[in-house]
Design a protein around this ligand. Structure first.
Ligand SMILES: *Cc1c(COP(=O)(O)O)cnc(C)c1O
Length: 376
């Protein structure tokens, strides 16, 4: 029989129940300050975020999408510049590249669904006009940061790391977002550090890049009513900054630990040969934004229906490759080599529930229901 309560992919009501005191105090603080845009709260949050992510500067933006665009424009990656990236990610990754005026160059992914640095190296060796890259630390797992740094140095790459799913993730002790000149993250509510609405940020060690990003997020203003270039309106609100700093950022480490514990329970407990978890790549100490498994493509719908019948929500990240999306028709982009692995993973991936408010009995229930499934 189906249990009375569903197991959700994200449980914002439980998060509210546990955090509302801190959230409401943060909201009251902003209300009492009488200052809603680009005030002390954004400054304080940026400082706190930069500290947690081990960079000198953080710049709050209105979304993760904007943070990537602003970062690329600040690095001068515009005007048809070729940007290596992955075909298997949130559409926003490629959209930000296109919006910056640059040209995405898609290469295949590895067995973990992360952009293949081997394929990147092939592309860089064969085409010296590629000078930029937006790698994605997908599912919360880190791309090999040592190798990424080697590519950056050897090919003098401008790199914006897309850390929207990986805040807090590390690779052999080094934090994600510390190899690229700039890293971008998202505070979309489902992300590991989610706001009560949209938000994003970029981080960098370079003071002049940070200043350029601050200008770009605010109409390109360099001084009051002084516009040196065409920017965006992409400011992080004081309200979001206050809630993030006072209520959510202090919980991020324990939230990520809880996600990692759930991931270990799934990895230990799932023994159904038709449901194969995608483990963390060697060296990645992941943030476990998602817990992806692979099932036979012809049975994916049946698997998801089986889970739903037992009250367990699942998702697909992602069913379509970015270069196949209609929105890119008529847009300049390139595909280097076959996208075989990306195609295979997109056809077989299912995401199991993993969020910090999932209880142990629910994790056990997910494992039991997964193991009880038989391919028809
Ligand atoms: C969510 C996400 C984004 C976009 O962030 P928004 O804040 O929704 O604009 C970009 N890249 C990846 C990998 C994401 O998961």
């Amino acid at each position: 029989m189906k249990p009375a309560t569903d197991i959700l992919l994200n449980d914002f009501k439980r998060q509210w129940a546990e955090t509302s005191g801190d959230v409401l105090a943060a909201v009251a603080g902003v209300g009492e300050s009488g200052w809603y845009i680009l005030g002390q709260e954004v400054v304080l949050f940026e400082r706190a975020l930069a500290g947690v992510l081990d960079r000198r500067h953080a710049v709050g933006c209105a979304s993760g999408l904007d943070a990537i665009e602003v970062a690329l424009r600040a690095l001068g990656v515009t005007n048809g510049a070729k940007v290596l990236t992955t075909p298997y990610s949130a559409f926003a990754t490629a959209l930000a590249i296109v919006r910056a005026g640059a040209t995405p160059v898609f290469v295949d992914v590895d067995d973990h669904g992360l952009i293949s640095l081997d394929r990147c190296q092939d592309a860089l060796e064969s085409d010296p006009t590629i000078r930029a890259m937006v790698p994605v630390h997908l599912f919360g797992q880190c791309v090999d940061l040592g190798r990424l740094g080697e590519l950056r140095d050897r090919f003098e790459l401008a790199i914006v790391e897309d850390c929207a799913q990986s805040i807090g993730a590390a690779f052999r002790g080094r934090l994600g977002g510390t190899v690229g000149q700039v890293a971008a993250t998202s505070f979309y509510p489902t992300k590991n550090l989610g706001a009560l609405g949209d938000g994003g940020a970029l981080t960098t060690d370079d003071a002049s890049l940070a200043a350029r990003c601050r200008s770009l997020r605010d109409y390109g203003q360099t001084g009051k009513y002084v516009h040196d270039e065409l920017g965006l309106n992409s400011r992080l609100d004081e309200l979001h900054a206050a809630v993030l700093r006072r209520a959510f950022l202090p919980r991020l480490a324990s939230w990520n630990e809880r996600r990692a514990r759930i991931a270990r329970a799934y990895l230990d407990g799932v023994f159904n040969p038709s449901v194969r978890p995608i483990p963390a790549p060697d060296g990645s100490d992941g943030a476990w934004h998602l817990f992806p498994v692979r099932v036979p493509s012809a049975s994916r719908d049946a698997f998801m229906r089986h889970m739903q019948a037992q009250g367990i929500c699942t998702g697909i990240h992602y069913p379509f490759l970015i270069p196949h999306q209609k929105a890119l028709a008529g847009v300049s982009f390139e595909v280097r080599g076959e996208l075989q692995r990306a195609t295979d993973i997109a056809a077989t991936e299912v995401s199991l529930p993993i969020h910090p408010y999932l209880r142990d009995d629910e994790v056990a229930r997910v494992i039991d229901v997964v193991n009880a499934w038989a391919v028809e």
